[in-house]
Design a binder for this molecule. Structure first.
Ligand SMILES: [Zn+2]
Length: 476
């Protein structure tokens, strides 16, 4: 099979310099990132004092965390961190945000305002806490502020992504940010996270089996860019997961480490791309629609990673249909009618409020225009379908194999089993309409703009998902 990537790069956390050198060599330019060290293992937390002491001119430690109680094995994690930092003999300033805080511009500004020259910020937390700390050090005007991140959950690519998700005036936006200088992946901490959070991490890593293809497809259509390095660094972990390597299935600190490194690779993939696209395609928008409709459907918002992990199986079924079943031969493409697409957006999301539908349409209009502008180019993709297929296929997994791999980790296979329990009909609604909320092109848009995506097709793909999932659950 044609390899569109030119060799995979498995990163060794003990040799980040070697990893950056290899990435720079294969991409023909310097790709060294500001993350200097990753400490991984059961005793990684003990590296914290030396990580702080390594910074030149450090005058004070700012310990940033939320109020959620956390454990490392049987010990109180935050007390342990404070004790380790106390031993440095530096002034310690503690900043604690509420357990339900979000990554808002206000939280970022509040932390940033408390920083001064020579501070070493030690963040202890998952996505929200890490992103606030990253962005507060990124946006501060100070010349010398350092950041050591202590990871507490394998739930996100936040630790190695040079991007932050910050809510500004009520809207979540991904924005360029800064990496931590050092990262601590203590597998005793990561193995102590609650089961649903750990499994959410599995789902959020598995998404690469749909999102990388979406990322590639959008670029092939002229509606995005493709950074091959992102695929090269993300794929090795994804393949280990798909092959059900024992590290991914045995549990405990072994699996916590395998998942942590796979999610680090996802974060690097986003850093090298300069956008979240390599790890966020149709499956993420499907999850976002589930979140948007939760209130209407009278249920709490579900586990993000698990929603994405299951939606990835739906994306794979859509790709399976596009590459192996859909008949595009002789098809002459036309530009979609913006009014028709707008009516679809309003029909899907109007009931959630006029503002929601407007916001979605503003984004969706971008890809409607983009498709029209790139019609000739996309026609060539269709005319050379074997060539197009050979560029996408190496980024895709067999849907059944994917579900088997997910099952082997203990991840739920039914939307009903994703906390707090999502009825299949609601998941089908989200999958059917996900393409109508964001500007990024996915396999669903490709099928829609070629006239193949209908509610009936979405239902058929969902039924296939139910059949495969039941087969895996019954041991088949
Ligand atoms: Zn995610």
């Amino acid at each position: 099979m044609l390899d569109p990537l030119g060799g995979e790069i498995r990163f060794d956390p003990s040799d980040l310099d070697g990893f950056y050198r290899e990435v720079s060599r294969t991409s023909g330019r310097d790709r060294t990132l500001s993350l200097r060290r990753i400490h991984v293992g059961e005793g990684a937390l003990e590296e914290l004092p030396s990580a702080v002491a390594r910074f030149d001119g450090v005058r004070r430690v700012v310990l940033f965390a939320d109020a959620t109680p956390m454990v490392r094995g049987a010990a109180d994690l935050k007390a342990e961190v404070a004790a380790l930092l106390d031993a440095l003999g530096l002034p310690l300033h503690r900043v604690t945000i509420p357990a339900d805080a979000h990554t808002t511009a206000e939280e970022v500004a509040s932390l940033s305002a408390q920083l001064s020259e020579g501070d070493a910020v030690v963040s202890v937390g998952s996505g929200t806490v890490t992103d606030i700390a990253k962005h507060a050090t990124h946006t501060s005007d100070l010349l010398s502020v350092h950041h050591v991140a202590v990871a507490t959950a394998n739930s996100v690519g936040a630790y190695t992504s040079e991007l932050a998700v910050v809510t500004t005036r009520g809207v979540k936006r991904t924005t360029p940010s800064r990496l931590p200088d050092e990262l601590i992946l203590d597998t005793q901490i990561l193995a102590s996270t609650p089961r649903d959070i750990a499994l959410g991490g599995v789902g959020d890593a598995g998404v690469g089996w749909g999102s990388l293809a979406d990322y590639r497809l959008a670029a092939l259509c002229g509606l995005g860019t493709w950074e091959p390095t992102s695929g090269r660094v993300f794929l090795p972990g994804l393949k280990g997961f798909l092959a059900r390597e024992s590290a991914f299935t045995t549990g405990g600190t072994t699996t916590a480490e395998a998942m942590a490194l796979t999610l680090c690779a996802a974060g690097f993939a986003m850093s090298f791309a300069g956008e979240s696209a390599p790890a966020s395609g149709l499956e993420h928008v499907t999850s976002h629609v589930l979140d948007m409709t939760a209130e209407r459907d009278g249920r709490p918002i579900g586990n993000h990673g698990e929603q994405c992990g299951l939606a990835t199986a739906l994306s794979l079924l859509a790709y399976d249909y596009l590459l192996n079943e859909a008949d595009l031969a002789g098809l002459t493409l036309t530009a979609p009618d913006p009014n028709e697409v707008r009516a679809e957006v309003e029909q899907a999301f109007g009931p959630l409020g006029e503002l929601v539908a407007d916001e979605c349409w503003n984004d969706v209009a971008v890809k409607v225009d983009g498709w029209a502008e790139n019609l000739d180019r996309i026609q060539r993709l269709v005319d050379d379908w074997p060539g197009t297929r050979s560029r996408l296929a190496p980024l895709l997994a067999d849907p059944l194999e994917y579900l088997r791999a997910l099952h082997a980790t203990g991840h739920p296979l039914r939307f009903e089993d994703v906390e707090p329990g999502i009825p299949d009909e609601q998941a089908l609604f989200a999958f059917t309409h996900a393409r109508l909320m964001r500007k990024r092109l996915s396999v669903a848009d490709f099928l829609a703009f070629t006239g193949l995506w209908t509610p009936q097709l979405a239902r058929t793909l969902f039924e296939r998902f139910v059949n495969l999932r039941d087969r895996v659950l019954s041991g088949g």
